[in-house]
Design a protein around this ligand. Structure first.
Ligand SMILES: Cc1cc2nc3c(=O)[nH]c(=O)nc-3n(C[C@H](O)[C@H](O)[C@H](O)COP(=O)(O)OP(=O)(O)OC[C@H]3O[C@@H](n4cnc5c(N)ncnc54)[C@H](O)[C@@H]3O)c2cc1C
Length: 398
């Protein structure tokens, strides 16, 4: 424990104004730290698709900024049930969500862009620097200087790379190259809900031949579709129109509402991308630089934990900076608290990704129990409880 109230860092540069970078900036500024966020985008615009926030992520957000979860709930959609269908629209099964009664928070679907807006609105506008693409940094024992493609630099006591799966900070810090393509492509978008395709509190997962589609209400009258397909070719289309015709072609045999939703989507709103992850790292922090969120532990979306574990990172990093006597100890503690947990979730997400495309089948009692225990360990993470730091019973060597 630190004896003085002086923070171990005064100025922090955070790269990336995604959920991770913004949540971390809110947490650090609450402690009086002068945290600034540098984002490559020229402006915030309506991008991304529907995202599922779960009890562990919501609890951490609430601890960072009490009341913010209520704002997110008003903007998003609280899920009561998940229905699994075939690509022809026949119902395979419906599962009622028990998250609220078991964990005190629902599965909350929200548009990535609205999440970004709500988080950004908690920060003074002058600490978010748009049009700043990080291209590298150098550090010494006194400070770290970040370089941007607009020729500017930023000097800070600590640099946090929250710049996503293709992180430039990670590339300079670790240099482990491109992320790993796991074999499926994804297309996703949000559009205005023109008619009642699914009840507001329901998620639909449709399974086809080596492909899946999610239909999600993201709140405020918008619907999101996420289409994924196993494909050996991870190359991107050269134009938005080409991406749209590619996804229409890949899902040509699907039932009408799916094809119609894709057809109605403005091409520029369709986000095309390969599903990628990386193998877990043994260390995230070196000197005055650390990683957070997808930059640190990119995972496939199978467990829906990318953003949720990112909020855990934001909470824990801020706590370590608040409670440790010096920066080195704070970052060592942060690595200790986060690496093993996220490595396990990364590895389980990679396994889940493979199962996604298998035909729906009965799981045996043992594997169902194992799955339920894992989910409980993930969702039960509570910043107010010391027991959150206990490891998953099956330890993983990273
Ligand atoms: C198909 C799909 C579905 C998903 N569903 C879920 C879900 O249901 N639940 C869930 O929890 N997670 C989900 N995820 C994962 C989730 O989107 C990510 O884990 C989350 O967005 C990570 O947040 P982040 O802030 O670390 O990174 P990002 O959201 O990637 O944000 C990074 C930010 O950094 C900026 N940036 C990048 N490079 C630079 C640079 N060089 N300089 C400056 N700025 C830079 C980017 O523009 C961006 O704003 C899903 C992912 C996919 C692909």
């Amino acid at each position: 424990m630190r004896e003085t109230s002086k923070p171990v860092v005064e100025k922090v540069a955070i790269i990336g104004a995604g959920p991770g970078g913004l949540a971390t900036a809110i947490a650090l500024r609450k402690q009086g730290i002068d945290a600034h966020v540098y984002e490559k985008a020229r402006e915030f615009c309506p991008v991304g698709a529907g995202l599922g926030l779960q009890p562990n992520g919501l609890r951490c957000l609430d601890a960072i900024k009490p009341g913010i979860v209520d704002t997110l709930k008003r903007s998003g959609c609280q899920v009561e049930r998940v229905t699994v269908k075939t690509s022809a629209g026949e119902t395979i099964r419906t599962n009622e969500s028990t998250m609220m009664e078991k964990y005190g928070h629902p599965l909350l679907i929200i548009w990535w862009w609205r999440l970004q807006q709500i988080l950004a609105s908690e920060l003074p506008s002058e600490v978010i620097h748009l049009n700043h693409r990080c291209i590298g940094f150098e550090q010494n024992e006194n400070n770290v200087v970040t370089h941007f493609d607009n020729g500017k630099t930023a000097q800070a006591d600590l640099l946090i790379g929250a710049d996503g799966v293709n992180s430039a900070v990670r590339q300079t810090l670790i240099g482990d190259g491109q992320p790993r393509y796991v074999g499926s492509m994804s297309w996703r978008a949000v559009l205005e809900r023109k008619y009642q395709l699914l009840p507001p509190d329901e998620v639909i997962l449709m399974k086809g031949e080596k492909s899946i589609v999610y239909l999600l209400n993201v709140g405020e009258g918008n619907i999101s579709w996420l289409a994924r397909k196993l494909l050996p070719d991870s190359s991107l289309s050269s134009t938005a129109a080409e991406a749209k015709s590619r996804v229409l072609q890949e899902f040509a045999n699907w039932m009408e509402p799916v094809r119609e939703l894709i057809a109605q989507t403005v091409p520029e709103r369709i986000l095309e991308g390969p599903i990628c992850d990386r193998l877990p790292l043994k260390q995230w922090s070196y000197g005055r630089v650390t990683l957070l969120g997808d930059a640190a532990h990119p995972m496939t979306p199978a467990a829906g934990q990318g953003a949720n574990t990112t909020f855990e990172d934001a909470y824990e990093l801020a706590e370590c900076l608040r409670n440790c006597p010096d920066l080195q100890t704070a970052l060592a503690n942060y690595d200790n608290r986060r690496i093993q947990r996220t490595a396990i979730i990364q590895s389980r997400s990679a396994e889940g990704e493979k199962r996604y495309y298998q035909p729906t089948q009965q799981t045996n009692q043992q594997s169902q129990q194992n799955f339920d225990e894992f989910r409980h360990w993930v969702y039960d993470y509570d910043p107010k409880s010391e027991s959150r730091l206990k490891p998953w019973k099956k330890t993983l060597t990273v």
